[in-house]
Write a protein that binds this ligand. Structure first.
Ligand code: NAD
Ligand code: TYD
Length: 343
């Protein structure tokens, strides 16, 4: 049976990949993409599908209750990606993170209830669980308590609590995924992988924060899309699923060295810079329940996913060069030499 799927934030990194994925695998469905086109939203990421009869783009803000209500009439499923998503920007300017991530989510939840949507799927992050110790075998599980430590993760934690509260209080049919760091095609070149690869392509150094020993769990964006699909099709109403891409740890410095190796560069391209304030040390996700319950597992290794990502950025300079140029003021504000204090 065909459905109408409302995707919020579909002009961003993961949302645009998801829309491509969904329309390819569910061509009978209609996708409405509601996106405010902030600095992170890019219609160029959806150029190839813009003319499809079952794809509708609406430029608008998720905090606009009237608009959101109007759009949600006749929507079966909401997949909510729209957010301010970059930790470093949240440190420089927290308030927009609260407005979009918390208030925006609440506006969507109200409209979803009012319009009786069949499923509200909320996309969240493993960063809500805080930071694990380096060199421990501990991982985030469904039992890990929330302990957000950046304005970004605090705002996402707030949105997660609201989604569950609407489920408990008003019976909203929801599912929720907390996933690890995504990488892949169409990522704004400000997060580690997009920045590192494009810096190498531009002949610039790759900035590594602090001692480079921080650990993230890396998830290829296509694998994230397939996990969301599994949850939408077969996930239990009211359930949370954790999505991660790796089994073992890899430090930032080793990830950057791997990128440099795959791009035929040596480690002299690395530049250690001033650490991020409150920099979470280690994230690691136990996604075994998603594998056991819904049969999901990542389709690529980190090296395979990275090679695909490097190839894509190499072939799509026209996509990322203007974005990098537009972010120069942010880069100047964010990046300081290793010895200099943040101002
Ligand atoms: P992104 O920053 O690339 O894209 C966000 C999109 O949301 C943009 O298109 C932007 O224009 C839109 N948007 C922002 N504010 C809006 C508003 N008020 N109204 C309507 N649209 C608005 O983000 P992303 O990396 O694609 O992340 C998508 C979701 O996944 C977010 O909820 C994020 O918290 C979550 N997430 C991301 C990662 C990651 O590694 N990128 C990891 C875990 C979870
Ligand atoms: P990022 O891609 O910003 O994702 P998040 O902060 O959501 O995990 O950063 C990933 C890791 O890489 C994180 O430990 C910070 C580090 N990092 C750098 O070392 N240099 C950089 O230029 C950036 C953007 C991040």
């Amino acid at each position: 049976m065909s459905q109408t799927v409302l995707v919020t934030g579909g002009a961003g990194f993961i949302g645009s990949n998801f829309i491509h994925y969904w329309l390819k695998n569910h061509p009978e469905d209609t996708v409405i993409n509601l996106d405010a086109l902030t600095y992170a939203g890019n219609p160029a990421s959806l150029q190839d599908i813009a003319g499809l009869p079952n794809y509708v783009f609406v430029e608008g803000n998720i905090t606009d209750g009237e608009l959101v209500n109007k759009i949600m009439d006749d929507v079966d499923v909401v997949v909510h990606f729209a957010a301010e998503s970059h930790v470093d920007r949240s440190i420089l300017e927290p308030s927009i993170f609260l407005t979009t991530n918390v208030i925006g989510t609440q506006v969507l939840l109200d409209a979803a209830l009012k319009n009786h949507v069949k499923r509200f799927h909320h996309i969240s992050t493993d960063e809500v669980f805080g930071s694990l110790e380096l060199n421990s075998s501990e991982k985030f599980t469904l039992k890990t308590p929330y302990d957000p430590r950046s304005p970004y993760s605090a705002s996402k934690a707030g949105s997660d609590h609201l989604v569950r509260a609407y489920g408990e209080t008003y019976g909203l049919p929801f599912t929720l995924t907390n996933c690890s760091n995504n990488y892949g095609e169409f990522q704004f070149p400000e997060k580690l992988f997009g920045l590192a690869i494009t810096n190498v392509l531009e002949g610039k150094k790759v900035p590594v924060y602090g001692d480079g020993l921080n650990v993230r769990d890396w998830l290829y964006v296509q694998d994230h899309c397939s996990a969301i699909e599994k949850v939408l099709l077969n996930g239990r109403e009211g359930a949370t699923y954790l999505v991660g891409g790796l089994v073992g740890d890899i430090s930032n410095i080793d990830v950057v060295k791997l990128i440099l190796k795959l791009m035929d560069r040596d480690d002299s391209q690395i530049e250690f810079v001033k650490d991020r304030a409150g920099h979470d040390r280690r994230y690691a996700i136990d996604w075994s329940h998603l594998n056991q319950e819904l049969g999901w597992s990542p389709s690529v290794t980190l090296e395979e996913g990275l090679q695909k990502t490097i190839d894509w950025y190499t072939q799509n300079e026209a996509w990322w060069r203007p974005l990098k140029a537009s972010a120069q003021a942010f880069f100047a504000q964010n990046y300081k030499p290793a010895t200099e204090a943040h101002s």
